[in-house]
Write a new protein. Structure first.
Length: 389
């Protein structure tokens, strides 16, 4: 790949600042440093941050390709460990055996030896602690923990950081869980942690504003590289083939007196659609976001379903709590939150009824007026009469 003078000029001060990387003693030190370097490109991007990191890393590989100095050798090997996969392959191919550092063989070889998750009783927020070790500690580096704080309601990673004192981190988690009945600490399969974290990281990449953390951007590339070494969840682990709505409808909680035919199932499918990542995880916060924020702006349901939705949600929350084995007081707190949200839900639905600005709101308004969404002529007539020109 040819390198322009502009690229050389752009990277000159960056490479000067990276000079200490040539003298690091371990693969982990190099991975830390290169991850922080990529984190600078990530944080500087206003949009499409993952793509911006890949471009930055690719251009850096091109600038380093052919150089035979110690800094180029260290950076290329470091990029092979933590850069996006396609760029990592190019960095590996561009690396010159004669300039590779003594720790080159250890780069990217850390393996997960322990995985833990500490969360509140509802699972609204979970802190994952993933412990990794090198087989050759002298050249690879110390055991370390990649710590990741996730928020299931927001669907994002709120923070991530790395510690070279994993035992201290786990000891702190154990103390916190022992002193707080609302916290639960459990060992998890590495594949479970990967399945939970990766999609939230991808969503975080698309945020307009990054999490308020000094370490998130710096450690993101290292975290992604470590996650890539973990096994993927099997279809059975991921719950493939399980229909949560069918399971709910077969449960006693779904027997709702006087509910019209089909309404309970329709509402349950809407509930499961919103909570697709985990249909059985419901908390006061999750219920409020569903009823007050998501349904009024994103859901398509007829007036009858609107009337019955809170009742079905109460039943679904009861069923989900029993299925997960939640404490009774935790389930009751979510039920009480739903009841407290009823006025806000009604107000939000009333506000959107006369202001159909999203596709879901348009469809709901048509259903309210008795229009068959599959009748194209009726839809055209309704749109012509109801949408502002």
């Amino acid at each position: 790949m040819s390198v322009s003078g502009k690229q050389q000029e752009f990277f000159a001060p960056i490479l000067a600042a990276c000079a200490p990387i040539a003298a690091v003693d371990t693969a982990l030190d190099a991975e830390f440093a290169v991850s922080a370097l990529l984190g600078g490109a990530y944080a500087a991007a206003d949009e499409q941050r993952a793509a911006a990191v890949a471009r930055f890393a690719e251009d850096l590989v091109a600038v380093l390709d052919g150089r035979e100095d110690a800094l180029a050798g260290a950076l290329l090997v470091g990029l092979a460990g933590v850069a996006p996969a396609e760029v990592a392959d190019r960095a590996r191919a561009a690396s010159n055996a004669g300039t590779q550092p003594v720790w080159a063989a250890e780069i990217g070889t850390a393996r997960c030896t322990d995985a833990w998750a500490m969360s509140d009783v509802y699972g609204d927020q979970t802190e994952f602690v993933l412990v990794f070790e090198f087989s050759d500690r002298d050249r690879g580096g110390a055991p370390h923990a990649c710590c990741v704080l996730t928020d299931a309601n927001l669907g994002v990673v709120k923070d991530c950081w790395t510690s070279t004192e994993p035992e201290r981190v786990l000891a702190d988690c154990r103390r916190s869980a022992a002193s707080n009945d609302d916290l639960q600490l459990a060992e998890v399969a590495p594949s479970t942690a990967r399945a939970a974290i990766e999609p939230l990281l991808a969503h975080t990449d698309e945020l307009l504003e990054l999490p308020d953390s000094t370490e998130f951007a710096e450690d993101r590339a290292l975290l992604l590289a470590r996650l890539a070494t973990l096994p993927t969840a099997s279809a059975e682990d991921a719950g493939a083939g399980v229909d949560p709505v069918a399971e709910f409808l077969a449960a006693p909680e779904a027997e709702i007196d006087d509910a019209p035919d089909g309404v309970v199932e329709a509402c349950a499918r809407l509930i499961a659609e919103y909570a697709a990542a985990d249909p059985y995880r419901w908390s006061p916060t999750a219920a409020e976001r569903f009823l007050v924020d998501w349904v009024p702006t994103s859901a398509v349901l007829d007036p009858e379903c609107v009337d019955w939705l809170p009742t079905v949600l109460l039943a679904f929350v009861t069923y989900a709590g029993r299925r997960r084995g939640l404490p009774e007081d935790a389930v009751m707190a979510t039920q009480e939150a739903i009841r407290e949200d009823l006025d806000d839900f009604a107000a939000a639905m009333a506000d959107t009824a006369g202001n159909a600005v999203t596709a879901a709101q348009v469809a709901r308004a048509m259903l309210t007026d008795g229009v068959d969404p599959t009748d194209q002529n009726a839809v055209r007539t309704w749109l012509a009469s109801n949408l502002p020109r």
